[in-house]
Each structure stands twice: as structure tokens, then as C-alpha cells.
Design a protein around this ligand. Structure first.
Ligand code: ATP
Ligand code: MG
Length: 353
């Protein structure tokens, strides 16, 4: 069986360092491993519209931002097809058939949907399109016959829901769809990076982000004003590492080489944590170290993004070419789905007359 990747992002803002550790870095690693036959990376504009229906301009503007971020982190258009979701009409058609295989109660139980409804203050006014987005996500994944989906931890319930749909479809109509597996980062701190405000998740919609496009000064300002341990007031006070975003970011981004280069008085992160817990280590010192670590990682990405910003027509060509390949693949799958359901009324065995 072919090994195929499908993943993507909502164009609701520029991509941030949470996306980087949660998904982008893993995608680039998988892309460069040479182990995959096909790679599809989707800019999920139709999904973004499910909770931004009144602001299509925001979604439109961010399509190019997300594409620039992809190219900046090293997604290679010669290896991966970057495409725009709404330009693939087969996806909503698949959604339409899958909707009949899922109960309202099942979507209501989806913990990510529940959390997002609360976070967006939808309460009784959840748009039907938003409510159904896990089903549409199952279409996105299965349309490309994806075997691997590299995403952040918040997507786990979506993958579970997708696999239920695949099993239900195959049991009802015959073996057509492929069950995908989720690919999560092996670093625990990367699964759901908290925001600079210490909130559970860095998220474009909350605005607690460090963006890949942030310049060096903005990066520094955001790090220096980050949430730490509120009880660690004086340097000599013992500090708490758990729930302290600065340490979570060091877990996610720092390597032993960074210590050798920027903070040689400590061998490794465990030593630094131990000193902080004991007391006698100030927040400013660890924030300055974090800033150096993140600048080393994201400085070159920011530069590459600036270069691509000068080549926007080429970026559009990349999106157009990727979208054409993606549509062909989705059309093949839709055809198989309709054959299995015997609703290809004007062709082959399903002909009405
Ligand atoms: P929005 O607020 O519009 O939902 P978002 O910041 O949650 O935006 P998405 O486009 O929904 O970003 O997510 C894109 C991908 O990045 C998904 O695979 C998601 O799991 C991952 N991701 C998003 N935020 C984080 C985070 N803070 N840590 C790790 N992974 C993340
Ligand atoms: Mg999200």
C-alpha cells in the first residue's frame, strides 16, 4: 500500500511556533525521509469559514500567509502538494455522504469540538458548518487515501472520528477507504504548546502566539513578558517548573548544544530546572537564554520567509499546481466512493438504463 500524508492548517492567521513544534517540523522530517509516496498539505479555508463566515477577507489574506510559512519552514513544493481546500469540490461532496454515517450525539461528544464551542462562546449559536467540521475533516483525510496524518494532539479526537467513519463506510458499502494513523511529536512539550499567557494552547484565535514571521525585536519582547511562576517573586525564592511556560518552551526548543553555546555554566535543562526549583535563579536569565535558543531556530526561518515574500506570483503558481494534483486525487477517490455506493448512475454497472 502507498504511504500518503495529508495534513493542513486553517488560514485564520500566520502560523506560530506551536504549529512548528506540533506539526510543521514533523512534516518536514517526514517529507525529507523519502519514505512517502505522496504528500498533500491543505490550506483549510473552507474549515476556517465555519467560524469566520462574516470575515472571508481575513481567510483570503491568510491563505498566502500560511503558504509563505510553509515554504519558510522547508516544505518543498517538489515533494509536497500544497493546495487550497475550497478549490476541491469533491471534498464537500464526500462530506455530504459521510454525514449520513455519523450521529449528532457522536459529534457532540467530540472533546475538541466541545472545547472550541466553549472557547468561541458559541453556546446555543453553533453554526451547523462548524459543528460538522470533524466530518469534513474525515473527507479531507480519506479523499487523499492518507495513511499518515502529522498533527498536534488536539486533533486526536478528529482522527478517531475519521476512523469510525472509514469503518462504517467500508462495512456498509465495501472496502474503499483507508484508515489513517496520527503522527504526533515524540516530545511531550510539543504536543500542545501553551501560549505566552500560560493558557493551555497557543492559538491564532486567542492571540497568545509567537509567530514564525515575528521579527527579532518582537520575539524578544514576547519572551521577556512571558508568563512564569507567579510565586517566584525574588531571585532567591524557590520556583515552580511545572506549568511555567518558559520551561515548557525550553523543553520544546532547547538542545544540549544550545547550553554549550549560550549557557555553558549548565550542562543541560535538568540542571537548570533543578537550580530554579531550589531558588537563586531569576526569570530574566532563563528568558534571555530562551530568546537566544528561539532566535537560533527561528531567525533563519524568518529570513527565508522574507525571501519568499518577494516572490508572491511564484507562491500562487505553487498553490495552483498543488491544487490541480490534489483535485485529480480527490476525484479518483470520489469516483470509487460513488461506485461502492452504486450512485454513479450514468456509468458502468450503476447505469440506470
Ligand atoms: P485556530 O485558533 O484558528 O483554530 P490554531 O492555532 O488552533 O488556529 P490550526 O490551524 O487549528 O491552528 O491547527 C493547525 C495544526 O497545528 C493542527 O495540527 C494542530 O493540532 C496544530 N497546533 C495548533 N496549535 C498548536 C499548539 N499550540 N501546539 C501544538 N500543535 C498545535
Ligand atoms: Mg485550531
Amino acid at each position: 500500500m502507498k504511504k500518503i500524508i495529508l495534513t493542513g492548517d486553517r488560514p485564520t492567521g500566520k502560523l506560530h511556533v506551536g504549529h512548528y513544534v506540533g506539526s510543521l517540523a514533523e512534516r518536514v522530517r517526514l517529507q525529507d525521509s523519502g519514505e512517502f509516496d505522496e504528500i498533500y498539505i491543505m490550506i483549510a479555508d473552507a474549515q476556517a469559514l465555519t467560524d469566520n463566515a462574516d470575515n472571508p477577507e481575513k481567510v483570503r489574506q491568510n491563505i498566502i500567509n500560511v503558504a509563505l510559512d510553509y515554504l519558510a519552514v522547508g516544505i518543498d513544493p517538489n515533494k509536497a502538494n500544497i493546495f487550497i481546500q475550497s478549490m476541491i469540490p469533491q471534498l464537500p461532496e464526500l462530506t455530504c455522504y459521510y454525514m449520513n454515517l455519523v450521529t449528532v450525539a457522536r459529534v457532540q461528544r467530540n472533546p475538541t469540538v466541545k472545547a472550541e464551542i466553549q472557547q468561541k462562546n458559541f453556546e446555543q449559536s453553533v453554526p451547523v458548518g462548524f459543528f460538522c467540521y470533524p466530518i469534513s475533516q474525515a473527507s479531507d483525510i480519506t479523499a487523499f487515501q492518507a495513511t499518515h496524518v502529522p498533527v498536534g494532539e488536539d486533533q486526536k479526537p478528529m482522527l478517531e472520528q475519521c476512523n469510525e467513519i472509514v469503518r462504517k463506510f467500508n462495512a456498509t458499502y465495501g472496502e474503499v477507504l483507508v484508515e489513517p494513523e496520527i503522527v504526533l511529536s515524540s516530545n511531550k512539550a510539543c504536543l500542545r504548546l501553551p501560549g505566552t499567557d500560560g493558557k493551555a494552547k497557543m492559538s491564532k484565535s486567542i492571540g497568545n502566539c509567537i509567530y514564525l514571521a515575528d521579527d527579532a525585536k518582537t520575539l524578544k519582547t514576547k519572551i521577556m513578558s512571558m508568563y512564569t511562576d507567579p510565586n517566584h517573586i525574588r531571585i532567591e525564592d524557590p520556583g515552580q517548573v511545572e506549568g511555567n511556560s518558559v520551561f515548557t518552551y525550553l523543553d520544546a526548543f532547547s538542545t544540549p548544544e544550545h547550553f554549550a553555546e549560550f549557557l555553558p555554566e549548565y550542562q543541560c535543562l535538568d540542571e537548570l530546572k533543578e537550580h530554579y526549583t531550589r531558588g537563586g535563579l531569576g526569570d530574566v536569565k532563563i528568558k534571555k537564554f530562551l530568546n537566544k535558543v528561539m532566535e537560533a531556530k527561528f531567525g533563519p526561518i524568518r529570513e527565508r520567509r522574507r525571501e519568499w515574500e518577494q516572490r508572491i506570483p511564484e507562491v500562487y503558481d505553487i498553490l495552483k499546481a498543488g491544487t490541480a494534483v490534489a483535485e485529480k486525487k480527490a476525484a479518483e477517490t470520489l469516483n470509487k466512493v460513488k461506485d461502492a455506493m452504486k450512485i454513479n448512475y450514468f456509468s458502468g454497472d450503476d447505469r440506470l438504463a
